[in-house]
Design a protein around this ligand. Structure first.
Ligand SMILES: C[S@@+](CC[C@H](N)C(=O)[O-])C[C@H]1O[C@@H](n2cnc3c(N)ncnc32)[C@H](O)[C@@H]1O
Length: 243
């Protein structure tokens, strides 16, 4: 990895002091950041492609909401062989959408990926076989989450599904503290210093607001999903399939 793609965002004197934003500095180091900050991230992205390939069916329309640089869109595209697959990849951070356009130009020119710089709330969801929210719902204000899930549910075709992956918290303080420490251990093991871990935690505090498994599953039911199954867990990151 070239030096300027290594995530040292919170290491130096020029570390951001405001709330975390998905800007150019983050986009530049994002693949390294996720790989070293999300347990099993690389495998998760690969699995999303595999799961999507089973769920999508022919001529599928797939939404990748909060797509960032398009890692999951690329994974799904690589696994779903159907040339008629279309992915609408949405992110409200211009730096991320620019990065996606630079990384996946062929898929965009071929019309297989449509990259939109927009808030999820402004994207009409219709005729979807699959909607992916990979590590995105946690960045929406909690008061907006149910409404977005309802819109997604309403936009699914019969037999369509939502794949939701989130960082979670536990209601039991002891267990939650253990899982938080394990998460910090994972970051330490990946070369982040105490300073970097502490600064990033502070920057994310008001921006990434995780829910418990119970809150997620109750909200999915309230949004109209009837089958809600967990298909992924690595430390404090959980994935659901809901339809
Ligand atoms: C942790 S990243 C998601 C990672 C990505 N799905 C992946 O697998 O590589 C969260 C993304 O959601 C985007 N995001 C947050 N709130 C959003 C909103 N309201 N509308 C659209 N995108 C949003 C951020 O800009 C960011 O790129």
């Amino acid at each position: 990895m070239s030096g300027d793609r290594r995530d040292r965002l919170f290491a130096g004197d020029d570390a951001p002091e405001s709330d975390f934003v998905f800007d150019e500095r983050v986009a530049r180091v994002f693949p390294d950041m996720l790989e070293r900050s999300v347990p099993c991230y690389r495998e998760l992205v690969r699995l999303i492609g595999i799961v999507a390939a089973r769920l999508a069916g022919p001529h599928a329309l797939v939404y990748d909401l909060g797509c960032s640089l398009g890692a999951c869109s690329a994974s799904m595209l690589a696994r779903i062989g159907d040339p008629h697959l279309r992915i609408i990849a949405v992110d409200n951070a211009p730096a991320m959408v620019e990065g996606l356009r630079a990384r996946l130009p062929d898929a965009i020119v071929a019309g297989r990926i449509e990259a939109r710089c927009a808030d999820i709330a402004d994207v009409e969801i219709e005729n979807a076989r699959l909607v992916l929210l990979n590590l995105t719902l946690q960045f929406l204000p909690p008061a907006r989450r149910l409404a977005e899930l309802r819109r997604i549910r309403a936009g699914l075709l019969p037999g369509g599904a939502l794949l939701l992956v989130e960082k979670v918290v536990w209601p039991d303080p002891g267990h939650d503290a253990l899982m938080s420490e394990l998460f910090a251990d994972f970051k330490r093991a990946n070369g982040y210093s105490e300073l970097e871990i502490g600064r990033k935690r502070a920057a994310l505090e008001r921006v990434l607001i995780p829910d418990s498994i119970e809150v997620h599953e109750a909200r999915l039911r309230e949004a109209g999903f009837v089958r809600i199954e967990r298909w992924f867990q690595c430390l404090n990151f959980i994935g659901w399939l809901a339809c």
